[in-house]
Design a protein around this ligand. Structure first.
Ligand SMILES: *Cc1c(COP(=O)(O)O)cnc(C)c1O
Length: 421
């Protein structure tokens, strides 16, 4: 919200403050909300101009005809273009993402991803992307971008040499899109290497990372050389499975500026109430993610020894040297998602889900409550047999998003469900 204020009156905190401090102090000026200690919600769709001249100036800047001078106060125009609650939450997202300069919020994770791809890719370009990728992103690539003449080139997550080769050989490469760890087997792709190779080929290639699973607490793509980080804020950022939101956070302000220009056209800015709600969840993000990751690690490591569990997919239990190398290079903690491949196939997986008393059978993830699902028949059901096979998505696989409940209760719940199989 700093743009709105005479810059001499602003009390900017020193920039060396830690992220957990800045998420509470950066940008927001209580005097603009009648002294309210927490931000007010500004639901107005339109804004009253100080003068016709101020309106003319605001439009000149919004249309790009003129540049805003350092510290110049600019009137707000209309809530699809920008509104105070978006500015407040964007100011608070920036310090959470190491290496970030600017952020933009969207009305879902898919809206953020769609806007990122459509801002930078044009017909004739190609996008190298890791698979399995989130189902919505997969559909966007195949059903929408390909008919528009934008070529998607999939690379199986974790196959480092194939990723390098695709980046080297893709015709008119414009975007490298990495989702790591991959859903639901947690296979990791090397962000630093992809960014290095992409920028070596052409500094204009944009490296985007869907950081929904481990970020911003445990994985920092911008510090590994990526240009843009994308989130489904529906997951950990908001954290209570009660809203939809998306975010884009970049190393360079100009990337976000271009995306915000598209956001005006697409009409997909996050509305004021959702911005306010998301903003109120950010100060507890690292607390929630730390607790959920510790819970998951204890539970996954215990369950990996159960006789009904054929294989446990979780970063602290990786066996493959290449996966261990990538994990150690780019993740601070293993996170709160794991998958179990159960003895007994689909029947066992379904019975396991039926027997759970604390964990609930639902898709989505990243909430304070524990959720479990059967990817092959739900989230990953559109995949072909070959794609399922390559991704390791078997009949017996269940994915679990661990919440912040008491880990012993959760472990007992999972063990009880497994013992009954
Ligand atoms: C949920 C999710 C998305 C899509 O986010 P929405 O908020 O549902 O639009 C994208 N990527 C990943 C990794 C997700 O988990």
């Amino acid at each position: 919200m700093s743009e709105r204020k005479d810059s001499t009156q602003l009390r900017e905190p020193p920039s060396k403050l830690g992220a957990n401090t800045q998420v509470l102090t950066r940008g927001y000026d209580a005097r603009l909300s009648l002294g309210s200690a927490r931000p007010a919600v500004f639901r107005s769709s339109t804004y009253v101009f100080h003068s016709p001249e101020a309106a003319e100036r605001a439009f000149a800047i919004a249309s790009g005809k003129s540049q805003r001078a350092e510290g110049e106060p600019i009137d707000l125009i209309y809530a699809r273009i920008n509104h105070p609650n978006a500015e407040i939450v964007e100011d608070h997202l920036v310090p959470l993402e190491i290496g970030a300069e600017a952020a933009a919020v969207f009305n879902s994770g898919m809206a953020a991803i769609m806007t990122a791809l459509l801002t930078f890719a044009k017909p004739g370009d190609s996008i190298v992307y890791t698979v399995p990728v989130y189902g919505g992103t997969q559909h966007l690539m195949h059903q929408f971008l390909e008919p528009f003449g934008i070529k998607g080139i999939p690379v199986v997550a974790g196959r480092t040499e194939e990723l390098e080769a695709s980046i080297a050989n893709a015709p008119n490469l414009r975007i490298v899109f990495i989702e790591t760890p991959a859903n639901p087997t947690m296979q990791m792709s090397d962000i630093a290497l992809a960014a290095h190779r992409a920028h070596q080929r052409d500094p204009g290639v944009l490296v985007m990372v869907d950081n929904t699973f481990l970020g911003p607490a445990f994985q920092h793509p911008l510090s590994l050389g990526a240009d843009l980080v994308l989130y489904s804020a529906t997951k950990y950022l908001s954290g209570f499975s009660d809203m939809l939101a998306g975010a884009a956070i970049a190393r360079d302000q100009s990337i976000i500026g271009l995306m915000k220009a598209r956001r005006i056209i697409f009409g997909n800015i996050l509305p004021p109430d959702e911005c306010w709600l998301l903003d109120s969840r950010l100060p507890t993000l690292t607390l929630r993610m730390n607790r959920a990751s510790k819970n998951a690690q204890r539970i996954a490591e215990h369950l990996s020894r159960h006789k009904k569990v054929k294989r446990t997919y979780y970063p602290s239990l990786f066996q493959e040297p290449e996966q261990i190398r990538i994990r150690d290079a780019q993740c601070d903690f293993p996170g709160a998602l794991f998958s179990l491949d159960l003895e007994g196939g689909k029947r066992a997986a379904f019975d396991f889900l039926r027997h759970l008393q604390i964990g609930r059978d639902a898709v989505s993830l990243g909430g304070v409550e524990t959720l479990a699902c059967h990817p092959k028949t739900t989230t990953h059901s559109p995949l072909s047999d070959i794609e399922l096979d390559t991704a390791g998505i078997t009949d017996g696989l269940v994915r679990i998003s661990v919440g912040i409940e008491d880990w012993r209760d959760l472990l007992a719940d999972f063990q009880r469900a497994l013992d009954k199989l």
